[in-house]
Design a protein around this ligand. Structure first.
Ligand SMILES: [Zn+2]
Length: 111
């Protein structure tokens, strides 16, 4: 199911990471890598924790990832109006990547 907040948050963290502070980026990375437990994700988490205090990340995530996403998006709400967000011209949902020309939700193709 389409979740505008989550799609927008993931798009921003992927294509406009500079809009986040280093602590916010670390929180995003920590949460993302925590979703899978393997050698590479453990290394990635170690690298994050070498730079940012775990207590900061835990505080950011204390109310859950949804609340964190919400805070990031509301902080950036003015900037978001001026950013290129690749949306499907048919249904208006956010495309998988900034260059995608096909919608993963309605199947529209705008090549
Ligand atoms: Zn669409």
């Amino acid at each position: 199911m389409y979740n505008e907040q989550k799609e927008l948050y993931l798009y921003i963290t992927a294509y406009y990471p500079d809009l986040l502070t280093s602590e916010e980026r670390a929180t995003h990375g920590f949460h993302t890598y925590s979703q899978a437990d393997n050698y590479l994700t453990r290394i990635a988490i170690e690298q994050i924790l070498a730079k940012v205090d775990k207590a900061v990340i835990e505080r950011n995530l204390s109310e859950g990832i949804d609340k964190f996403e919400q805070k990031i998006l509301s902080k950036l709400s003015d900037k978001l109006k001026h950013l290129f967000i690749n949306r499907c011209p048919q249904c208006g949902k956010i495309a998988r990547t900034n260059k995608a020309k096909q919608c993963k939700f309605c199947g529209n193709d705008w090549h």
